[in-house]
Each structure stands twice: as structure tokens, then as C-alpha cells.
Design a protein around this ligand. Structure first.
Ligand code: NAD
Length: 269
């Protein structure tokens, strides 16, 4: 499929996990990719090589991929990143707000530094990037697409991860609010709600067979998801196949949002 041919796409947190898979999938579909890294360009080396390979395979006219640094929670760095991307390409068509972190602690012991840091990256960062993208889309008067990588924890509470849970709940509201505010400008804003996906953010259980089995026992489809399965949803939402969809969170979670404990009839017995 070549649904994203010629589109210019910025992926935040593009150096690993779901962000990397989105960058590669979008390159596969013909897009030019700006891969955002947080601190040093070598973070983005692996994604850059994979994106180049995907891009070379589908484009005869050459690829226009770039890497751009920014801590998404820093307003000046975000502005600089957008300037760099727009100066380089002349226009941006799609923003993928993917960068995210999590910090664990019982809420009664959660430090305010950890709480603030998670909110700063996951929610403030997503808003700062959305604001720059919206300003560009509106001035250009040619529409645009924003996709927020949220989580099942947009709707399912996550004890011991209060900052993460709140940030994703906020991301759901931000998705709807921005979608409503800018629907008339041809700008679509949607979110993806991944369930448990095998990526570095889940290093606490992905390499431990018994912990992984325990995680997967809670998932109706019986397995964790892959980054590629999330990237496929992102590619659909960014493409014209989703031209009438805005303000929605598409949950890609193997059924985690279906109240799995109700699989049996215990509640009526
Ligand atoms: P990951 O740790 O591989 O990816 C997170 C990325 O964000 C990294 O590339 C990291 O460098 C980047 N990042 C962190 N702080 C940043 C900052 N301040 N500025 C710029 N970049 C920053 O993990 P992942 O699972 O691929 O996570 C990507 C997104 O998917 C996150 O928003 C996460 O909340 C969401 N998500 C993941 C899962 C899952 O099970 N893996 C489930 C639901 C949602």
C-alpha cells in the first residue's frame, strides 16, 4: 500500500518501540519521516537505518527523511524542532505524538517530581507539539492530521502509576477537544489506545517468561501486542481511509477494554 505517498510526518519518540514501528510503517507507505530523538542523534540511528531501507524499497524519487532532537516537554526545544522540520520540507502533514514515559510508586508515596515529569512528557509534551502543528496547519489552510499515542489507561485506571494514568486520561480529552475545535479547518485529531505491547517501556515483564505469562493471562486474546500492530492503526488513521474519523480513540488492546473479568458469568450467580 502507498496510502501515505509524499506525506511529511513527524514522529516524536521515534527512536524505539511503537514510535520506531510507526516510522518504518509510514516509510513503507511512502511517507517522508522526521524521527524525533530526545538527547543525542545516535538514539535515532537504528530507526533511521530501518526507515531508509523501507523508503528506498518504495520510492524511486529518493527519500527525504531527517532526524530532529527535542525534549518534547521543553517549549523552546519543541518550537525549534518544528522550525527545523518545516524549514527542511516546507510543510508538515502529520504529527504523531508518541513520546511517553511512566513512573511507578503507590500514589501515597509518589514524589511530586516523578508525577510532574510524567505529566510533562506525556501530556504537556503532546500539547506543545500539537500546538505547533495546529498553528502550521491553520496558516497553511490545507488541513492536517494529529495522532496521539494514548493507552488503554486513558479509560482503565492504573494503580501505582497515577501520573501515567492521569496523563493518558488527559490525552483522551485533549484529543476530543482539539478535534472539535479544529474539525472545521480540515484537521483530524485521533488517538490510539494500545494495550500491553512488547516494547522497552515494558522491560519489567517482557523478558521474564512468568511475568509475561501473568500479563497475558489478563488479555482476552491471550497475548501481548506488537508495535507493528499499533503502527498499522496509526497508518490507517493518518491515511485518507480515515477521512471521516476525528476525535476518536481506537483501542488496539486484544480486548483489554472489554472488562475481561466478566468473561464468565460470576456476576449473575
Ligand atoms: P519506548 O520506551 O520504547 O518509547 C518511548 C519513546 O519516548 C522513546 O523513544 C523515548 O526516547 C521517547 N521519549 C521519552 N521521553 C521523551 C522526551 N522528553 N522527549 C522526546 N522523546 C521522549 O516505549 P513505547 O512502548 O514504544 O512507548 C511509546 C508510547 O506508547 C508511549 O506514549 C506509551 O505511553 C505508549 N503506550 C505503550 C504501551 C506499551 O505497552 N508498550 C501501551 C500503551 C501506550
Amino acid at each position: 500500500m502507498n496510502r501515505l505517498a509524499g506525506r511529511n510526518v513527524l514522529v516524536t519518540g521515534g527512536s524505539s518501540g511503537i514510535g520506531q514501528a510507526i516510522a518504518v510503517r509510514f516509510a513503507d507507505e511512502g511517507a517522508n519521516i522526521a524521527i524525533n530523538y530526545r538527547k543525542t542523534p545516535n538514539e535515532a540511528e537504528e530507526t533511521e537505518a530501518l526507515v531508509k531501507r523501507a523508503c528506498d524499497a518504495v520510492k524511486e524519487s529518493g527519500c527525504k527523511n531527517i532526524v530532529v532532537g527535542a525534549d518534547v516537554s521543553d517549549e523552546e526545544q519543541v518550537k525549534e524542532m518544528f522550525n527545523q522540520v518545516i524549514n527542511e520540507w516546507g510543510r508538515l502533514d502529520v504529527l504523531i505524538n508518541n513520546a511517553g514515559i511512566q513512573k511507578a510508586a503507590p500514589s501515597a508515596q509518589m514524589t511530586i517530581e516523578d508525577f510532574d515529569q510524567v505529566l510533562s512528557v506525556n501530556l504537556r509534551g503532546a500539547f506543545l507539539c500539537a500546538r505547533e502543528a495546529l498553528d502550521h496547519f491553520i496558516k497553511r489552510r490545507d488541513g492536517g492530521v494529529i495522532i496521539n499515542n494514548s493507552s488503554v489507561h486513558e479509560m482503565i485506571p492504573k494503580p501505582d502509576f497515577i501520573g501515567y494514568s492521569v496523563s493518558k486520561g488527559g490525552m483522551g480529552n485533549m484529543t476530543k477537544t482539539l478535534a472539535l475545535e479544529y474539525a472545521g479547518d480540515g484537521i483530524r485529531v485521533n488517538a490510539i489506545g494500545p494495550g500491553a505491547i512488547v516494547t522497552p517501556i515494558n522491560k519489567s515483564w517482557i523478558d521474564d517468561p512468568s511475568k509475561k505469562e501473568s500479563v497475558e493471562s489478563h488479555i482476552p486474546m491471550g497475548r501481548a501486542g506488537t508495535s507493528e500492530e499499533i503502527a498499522a492503526v496509526a497508518a490507517f488513521l493518518a491515511s485518507d481511509d480515515a477521512s471521516y474519523i476525528t476525535g476518536q480513540t481506537i483501542y488496539a488492546c486484544g480486548g483489554l477494554t472489554l472488562y475481561p473479568d466478566f468473561r464468565t458469568a460470576w456476576s449473575s450467580e
